[in-house]
Design a protein around this ligand. Sequence first.
Ligand SMILES: [Zn+2]
Length: 281
Amino acid sequence: MKKKKHFIPGILPPQGNLGLSWWFAFLQNQLLLHQESSSVRIPYLVRFAELGLPFGDQHYLGQLDGHSCYAVDLPEGTVAPEGMAFEGLRKVYGRLDEDLFWLAARAVQIAEWDRTHRFCGRCGIPLRLRETERAKECPQCGLLLFPRLAPAVIVLVERGHELLMARSRHFAPGVYSVLAGFVEPGETLEEAVEREVLEEVGIRIKDIRYFGSQPWPFPHSLMIGFTATYAGGEIAINDEEIEDAGWFTADNLPGQPGKISIARRLIEWFLAKKGKPSIDP
Ligand SMILES: [Zn+2]
């Protein structure tokens, strides 16, 4: 995640002269984009209404190099205008400017949260948006709801010159990755890392160290990356999600997860440490 532009998050849209803004418009989780020969472009307009589409709520996200950014929810059945199309975010990565991509990842989560959190879970009446923070509240009982985030840990486990990789049933053929899983209530991140590796492949680990993090908007996770070293055990797959796991060396890696993922950054880190060049797409 290399960021070149400067983004200042905000809740309250600016008043008065609006200027050109970035509009991240979603039909469910599909982003509306101008289609160009080798790339795609986010609508950049003073008002979203210029596209002539019906639209629901607008959520101000903040300022990108002085230009406002909004998430917009489009009603079901919306048809993309001439020269535009709806695309899932995963397919857009690499074809859209990196900063705008990660803003789209932010926008899709706000739009999805707004669409799926309409009523109070306690009294069932409509929630209202708070003006001063990204939250909704129940006007009757005061229940507060914030955008959903599901923290997930991801860990690269080393054993000498090898790293541990596994293959989920959902992966494309031949692709392996480092292990990941959701954090459970009451766990520290380190406990979640230890439990996931033990549960999924029967391996004990030590020296768990923070590596970095990454928003993962599919649909609303935050990936928190770690490195660790092998402490014992033999690979024994216990998880229905995983169909194979093994130890691999830098010279003998299987297929890789895509460049969008922190998994790939962890693997690149391992390769760099072993003095190997990074892998191509
Ligand atoms: Zn309520």
